[in-house]
Design a binder for this molecule. Structure first.
Ligand code: SF4
Length: 306
């Protein structure tokens, strides 16, 4: 282990690279990263650095977001196998057809989508600011929310704004069930349940707090409660345990497992992080017109605040 960590650190220095790890990465990758966080926050953290290279330990659309925001930096990803079922559920061609058939509809896209989708939409949101973004749109406008229908439904509940929802889901978050969560909570009656808005409505309805991964940290820190069930991808627990060592965290369960991992996120390993920095591949590149068009809805969101 120490050998591979030494290799990674040496390569990082040689390449003048910054290592970004998403909250859902394995603990060993989080521990060696310069920054750990959500995809938007990481893309902008990298912008503040003078690094020439970004190693994005996350999934493909996240590395694309980093490239959109950091065009002068080379962006590499540990493996192209790190995809995303949610981003795949909304392809750019289908969205273009939908858009042509529905002129005048404002399209809000969750950041978990490809650059080619971002390039076609009016404004981007994160799970942390989706309510603010939707509230910024005049109420007489028809809105399409894509690609996550569960997040979209939660935003509708929070805003009272009726939207058309793209039928996409994160296969990880829809696996959490009310039955398994009820059993775990019964075994730990004093815990607070914190769920990601990509979860199914029945699971969200059982939560004390529904929020983004970044807000989970702030919520657990501020809460007087000492124990929490975290209903999101289990990599999040590593960061929570590390930053809040005096509190106890249980992974949200499914009907078949006591935790839930995203197999795409877990395609990244220390070994393929080393290989990516050694070879500077797989590199994420984008046609400049797509990159520029994809930046516009991100900047509109940033103008509203994260
Ligand atoms: S957890 Fe869900 S949304 Fe996140 S990368 Fe995996 S499939 Fe995509």
């Amino acid at each position: 282990m120490s050998n591979i960590l030494e290799q990674l650190r040496a390569l990082k220095a040689r390449r003048n690279a910054v290592i970004l790890a998403h909250n859902y990465q394995t603990g060993d990758i989080q521990d060696v990263a310069d920054y750990v966080g959500d995809s938007l926050g990481l893309a902008f953290k990298a912008k503040e650095t003078s690094a020439d290279v970004i190693l994005f330990a996350g999934v493909h659309f996240m590395a694309e977001t980093a490239k959109i925001v950091n065009p002068a930096k080379r962006v590499v990803i540990p493996t192209l196998e790190a995809g995303c079922s949610l981003a795949d559920s909304c392809n750019a061609t289908d969205l273009a057809k939908w858009k042509a058939a529905h002129p005048g509809v404002v399209i809000v896209a969750y950041i978990n989508c490809t650059a080619a989708v971002k390039a076609q939409v009016d404004i981007i949101c994160t799970s942390g600011n989706a309510v603010k973004v939707v509230n910024s749109i005049p109420r007489d406008k028809q809105i399409l929310f894509c690609p996550d229908e569960n997040l979209g439904q939660w935003v509708m509940e929070q805003t009272g704004c009726k939207m058309i929802l793209w039928p996409g889901v994160c296969h990880v978050h829809v696996k959490f069930t009310a039955e398994s969560l009820a059993k775990l909570r019964a075994a730990h009656p004093d815990v607070k349940v914190v769920a990601h808005p990509e979860c199914l409505p029945i699971v969200r309805s059982m939560a004390d707090e529904v929020c983004s991964t970044e807000k989970m940290l702030a919520y657990c820190k501020a809460s007087p409660s000492k124990a929490f069930i975290i209903v999101t991808e289990s990599g999040m627990l590593h960061r929570l345990k590390k930053e809040l060592p005096d509190k106890q965290f249980f992974a949200g369960p499914t009907d078949t497992c006591s935790c839930n991992e995203c197999e795409y996120m877990k395609k990244n390993t220390l070994a393929n992080c080393v290989a990516a920095l050694e070879t500077l591949s797989p590199e994420i590149t984008l046609p400049e017109d797509i990159r520029r068009r994809a930046l516009v809805p991100i900047e509109r969101m940033m103008a509203l605040g994260r």
